[in-house]
Design a protein around this ligand. Structure first.
Ligand code: COA
Length: 253
C-alpha cells in the first residue's frame, strides 16, 4: 500500500524502543500530543525502566533513515488491585497478584497514518499482555474528541467502560476522557454479556428444576389417587411441552 503522503512503498518493521531513539521519540511526542511529558518519562521508555515499548520503523525510508521511529507505543504493568478499574474486573484476590497493562502513549507520524501501524503496535501490546498468565486486560484513556483513536480502539474490540468528566486539563480547559479495555486471559467485567447470559441460563435451569420437583410430587399424589390414573402416561418429564401439559392436568385434579 502506498500512502499519498509518502512517495515510496514503505517496508514496516517493529522493534523495541532503544536509547538511540531518545531525540525522535521526544520530538514525535511533542508533535502529536497536546500534553507535555517529563524528560524522565522518555529516559524510562528508552531504557525500559518499568515501561515496555515498541517502535515502528520504515526500512525503505530514504536518506538512510531506515531505523528512524515513525510510530511508537509505550505501556506499563499495573497491579489490578491498585488500578482504577479493579471494580470492573472479576478480581479474585485469592489467585495472587493479578495485573493489567496500561497504554501510556501511542502515536504515528502524520505521513504514515492509516497504514495500519497503530493497529500493529496495539497488537504487540495485546500479545505481550496475553503472554503474562496473571494479566487480565489492556486498558487506556482517550480524550473524548479524538475520533481516529476512538475508531481504532473500537475496531480492535476494545470496550468503552467508563467516561471520566474533566479528566484532562489542557491549557486551562477540562476535557472528558473515555476508558477503553481489552480483556485477555479470561479477564472479564462482572457485568459482561457472557456473565449475564450464564446468570440467565442458571435461573432458567433452577426454575425448571423446581417445576420438575413439584411435578414429581404431584405425580406421586396422582399415583395414590385413583381419579388421576389417566395422567400417569405423561411422566417422566422430558421437555417444556410435557411440563405444561402435566401442570394443566394437575390443575384439573
Ligand atoms: C490514533 C493514531 C495513533 C492512529 O494511527 P494509525 O497508524 O493511523 O492507525 P491505523 O492505520 O492502524 O488505523 C487508523 C484507523 O482510523 C481511521 N481514521 C483515521 N482518521 C479518522 C477520523 N478522523 N475519524 C474516524 N476514523 C479515522 C482509519 O480509517 C483507520 O480505520 P480503518 O482501518 O477502519 O480504515 C494516529 O492517528 C495518531 O498518532 N494520532 C495522534 C496521537 C494520538 O491521538 N494517539 C492516541 C492517544 S489515545
Amino acid at each position: 500500500m502506498v500512502n499519498p503522503k509518502i512517495s515510496h512503498r514503505p517496508t514496516l518493521c517493529y522493534r523495541p524502543v532503544q536509547p538511540s531513539d531518545l531525540g525522535i521519540l521526544e520530538q514525535i511526542h511533542s508533535d502529536v500530543f497536546p500534553i507535555r511529558y517529563e524528560s524522565e518519562f522518555f529516559q524510562n521508555v528508552v531504557n525500559g525502566r518499568d515501561i515496555v515499548s515498541w517502535a515502528a520503523v520504515d526500512r525503505s525510508q530514504p536518506n538512510g533513515r531506515t531505523d528512524e521511529l515513525i510510530g511508537f507505543v509505550t505501556a506499563r504493568i499495573v497491579m489490578t488491585k491498585d488500578s482504577e478499574i479493579a471494580d470492573l474486573l472479576r478480581y479474585d484476590s485469592s489467585k495472587g497478584d493479578q495485573t493489567l497493562v496500561y497504554i501510556l502513549t501511542l502515536g504515528v507520524v502524520d505521513a504514515y497514518r492509516n497504514l495500519g501501524i497503530a493497529t500493529s503496535l496495539i497488537h504487540e501490546v495485546i500479545k505481550y499482555a496475553s503472554s503474562i498468565p496473571v494479566c487480565r486486560a489492556v486498558y487506556l484513556h482517550v480524550i473524548s474528541y479524538n475520533n481516529p483513536a476512538i475508531h481504532l480502539y473500537k475496531k480492535m474490540s476494545f470496550k468503552c467502560i467508563r467516561r471520566l468528566h474533566g479528566f484532562y486539563l489542557i491549557n486551562g480547559q477540562h476535557f472528558d476522557s473515555s476508558l477503553f479495555v481489552y480483556y485477555v486471559n479470561g479477564g472479564r467485567s462482572p457485568c459482561s454479556p457472557l456473565v449475564l447470559v450464564t446468570f440467565f441460563i442458571t435461573c432458567v435451569k433452577t426454575g425448571l428444576k423446581s417445576v420438575a420437583a413439584k411435578l414429581r410430587k404431584n405425580e406421586e399424589k396422582m399415583v395414590k389417587w385413583p381419579k388421576c390414573k389417566e395422567t400417569r402416561g405423561l411422566v417422566p418429564l422430558q421437555n417444556k411441552q410435557t411440563i405444561k401439559t402435566e401442570l394443566s392436568g394437575c390443575e384439573y385434579v
